[in-house]
Design a protein around this ligand. Sequence first.
Ligand code: F6P
Length: 487
Amino acid sequence: LLHDLKKGKMSKLFIIANRLPVTVEETAEGNFYRQSSGGLVSAISAYLRLEDSNQFTKKIWVGVSECAERVWASAESVTPPEYDFKPVFVPPKLYEHYYNGFSNSVLWPLFHYFPSFADYQPSYFEGYLKVNAKFASELERILDPKDTVWIHDYHLLPLAAMLRKKFPQLTIGFFLHIPFPSYELFRVIPREWQHELLSGMLGADVIGFHTEDYLQHFLTSVRKVIKARIDHRTISWDGRDIQIGDFPIGIDYNKFQGASSDHGVLTKRSEYLRSKLDKRLIFSVDRLDYSKGVFNRLKGYREFLVQNPHYKEKVVFALVIVPSRDTISKYAERKKLIDEYIGNFNSRYGNINWQPVIYQYGHLSFEELVGMYTACDLALITPLRDGMNLVAKEFVASRRDRQGVLVLSEMAGAANELTEALLINPNDRKEIAKMIKIGLEMTPDEQERRMTAMQKRLQEYNVVTWAKEFFTALARISSEQMKKEPL
Ligand code: F6P
């Protein structure tokens, strides 16, 4: 009650993430807003569109604008009515250090267990802190101490502490969308940076991770670096209690279930079914990224064809890679290697009538994506490391027919929930080959049994349940903090 009185139930919700839900596209006809893509954007936008988020008087999404202020200002206003958004403008050079540099050339490779890909340039870290400070100063102008702030992902690890300094009473949540690595990896970051990153996160009231493992790794790092007092899932530090929790992100289940009967999706699905003729169809879609394990996937598929030559000309693998971060050399190199590998593969194993791999480097529309999810016989998802992997969940949710098989890497956070998938170790190409065969030959009854169990879980723990559980934890801890403070 005290908490409600103090908050006056007039809380605005600020979603803070690197990426905004929209970008501005410059065209000959004018500049228009275009929907951004990515797991974080689709999950949070889905929550903000739903009734449950109306407990907040206003919803504002704050993120970096990908275009200049002048271009943003000229865009036709098509703000979705459900929420507002506020762009933060970052000069290109600074953005380079913060996004391509520290976020994606230090934190991303390290947190995905690619330590040799990390490049510890001091200018990257300086740029990273500067952009976080810019977020903090922009927010200071529009925040009220009784508002609720929900910060997302590895681009903004120091932000909670920066805001806490200005607004000791603010309710702050933080959620990490990628794995938190073992301390043995985290400790390779320069010591001063380790401290800055962890104490930055500890500015929040609740810190969420996808899995219990990531949470435990984080606690070990806090214990070793910050030396804070830890009692089960509560960290006491700097005069405050911080709650840690695992909240595996869900998807907008009904959207994907419902989509399988949309006209556009059905049209795409029949197009794909027509073009595959009597062949079995394997499908995968990922952003361009070394953590997604595209090579081991292709090697596993090749092994399957070698071991089962009677499948030649009877199966095709549709592999879609969505362009991402391709101005970073490790990503551009990967693209080149994948292109070469597939060219080689098709020329050696294929013939004039048949190519074992159909490859697209580009975006898929929603209709194309669900068209593929519902047309394929098997989804092959083999990341070497993945915080969650929403593609696996979307594929399962789309299969209203309860058919289709999911082959999934046990290194994806989603493997904890999708236990009826055929789980593989992505480094074991023989196992991938074996599971492809088992999957393609699975009886319809067995497919249905597995799909039904996975769908039940995804329907129950969807994106709304995820956000609700996070906000419940946040409300509980912030009201406990309030009780300690005088009115
Ligand atoms: O997986 C982490 C993540 O930040 C997602 O939340 C997001 O969908 C994806 O990476 C996309 O990354 P970027 O914003 O760099 O394109």
